[in-house]
Design a protein around this ligand. Structure first.
Ligand code: ZN
Length: 291
C-alpha cells in the first residue's frame, strides 16, 4: 500500500491508485484530446503558469545513499519529506498530465486544470553536492475566475505537490518502511532533527521517498495544488507564461465559451530561463498541433 504524500493540507477525498490510473492512463490530457477529431467544441482556455514545485536533496554514494548531505539538508520539505536527485530524475515526468487542484482536494470533479509539462533543473550548490529543482507548467482552466484572478494578482502564488510513494527510507539508519507502523525510532521521534552519524557528520532526519532501485523510483506525482502555505518555500509561481491559452479540453475542464483560437501574446518574465522558454514553446506547439 503506497504512502500518500502531500505537502501541507488534509486530503479530503482520496482516489485509489487504481481509479487514478484508470482516469489517468496514457496521460489523459494528451491521449484523449489527440483522439478527438473535433476542434472548436473541445477547447478550453487556460492560464498557464510556470512554477517551481519542489527540490531534491543530495545523498551519499551507495551503500550509504540514505544519508542526506548536510549542505542540502535545507531542501528537505517542512513535512520532513525528501527526494534524492536520482529518484526525482526517474519520477518527475509523472507530473505531466497530473491534475491541478486547490489545497490537495483530490477529487477529479474539483480539478482546476492540468500539468502540461515538467522539467528538472540540476544545480550544484557545493562541490560534489548536486540537487535538482522540478519546474512545472500548470494550465488552470479560466472558468475558475476567482482562482485565476488571484493567481494573476499574486494573491495565490504557492503550489504544493501530491505524490504516492511505494516506500520511505529513514535518512539516518536506512530503514525501509512500507507501512507507517513499521517506522524506525528515528522516523517516529526524531524527524526534523539533526543527529550525528558514526563519522560525526550531522544528518537531517527525514523520510526519503522512493529509491532508484524501484521502477520510476517508486514515486508517482499525481497532482499539484495551489495552496496558501507551501511545504517547500520555493514552490511558487515564477511567471505567467501565457495569460490566455486556448488548449485542448479534457474531461475535467470546461468548454471554452469563445473558442476563437485567439491567443494573447506571452507575457514572459525574466524568471523563465531561455532554455525553459524554448522547451515550453516547443511543448506548446506540440499540444496545439495535436488538435
Ligand atoms: Zn531510522
Amino acid at each position: 500500500m503506497p504512502f500518500q504524500k502531500t505537502a501541507n493540507a488534509e486530503v479530503a477525498d482520496i482516489i485509489s491508485l487504481r481509479n487514478w490510473e484508470q482516469m489517468h492512463g496514457g496521460r489523459s490530457f494528451k491521449s484523449k484530446t489527440a483522439s478527438v477529431g473535433r476542434v472548436a467544441a473541445n477547447q478550453t482556455k487556460y492560464l498557464l503558469s510556470h512554477c517551481t514545485i519542489m527540490a531534491s536533496v543530495a545523498v551519499e554514494d551507495e551503500p550509504f545513499d540514505y544519508l542526506i548531505k548536510p549542505e542540502s539538508a535545507a531542501f528537505v520539505n517542512q513535512n520532513d519529506d525528501a527526494w534524492s536527485l536520482a529518484v526525482l530524475q526517474m519520477s518527475y515526468r509523472s507530473f505531466v498530465g497530473a491534475f491541478n487542484f486547490v489545497e490537495h482536494f483530490q477529487n477529479s470533479r474539483a480539478s482546476k486544470g492540468h500539468i502540461l509539462d515538467a522539467v528538472l533543473r540540476k544545480i550544484r550548490i557545493a562541490e560534489d553536492v548536486l540537487i535538482g529543482y522540478v519546474d512545472i507548467l500548470v494550465a488552470t482552466d479560466l472558468v475558475h475566475t476567482e482562482l485565476v484572478e488571484n493567481i494573476r494578482s499574486g494573491k495565490t502564488k504557492y503550489m504544493s505537490m501530491g505524490c504516492l510513494t511505494d516506500l520511505v527510507i529513514c535518512s539516518y539508519c536506512g530503514a525501509r518502511c512500507t507501512e507507517s507502523h513499521t517506522y524506525c525510532q528515528h522516523l517516529l521521534y526524531n524527524k526534523g532533527d539533526f543527529l550525528f552519524d558514526d563519522s560525526g557528520v550531522p544528518r537531517r532526519i527525514a523520510e526519503l521517498c522512493g529509491h532508484p532501485s524501484l521502477p520510476n523510483g517508486g514515486v508517482k506525482f499525481v497532482e499539484a495544488s495551489w495552496v496558501g502555505t507551501p511545504a517547500f518555500p520555493g514552490a511558487s509561481k515564477r511567471s505567467i507564461v501565457l495569460d490566455e491559452w486556448l488548449g485542448p479540453a479534457s474531461p475535467y475542464t470546461h468548454v471554452a465559451s469563445q473558442p476563437t483560437g485567439i491567443k494573447k501574446a506571452a507575457s514572459i518574465e525574466s524568471a523563465c530561463s531561455p532554455a525553459m522558454l524554448a522547451h515550453l514553446n516547443s511543448r506548446l506547439k506540440q499540444q496545439v498541433s495535436r488538435k
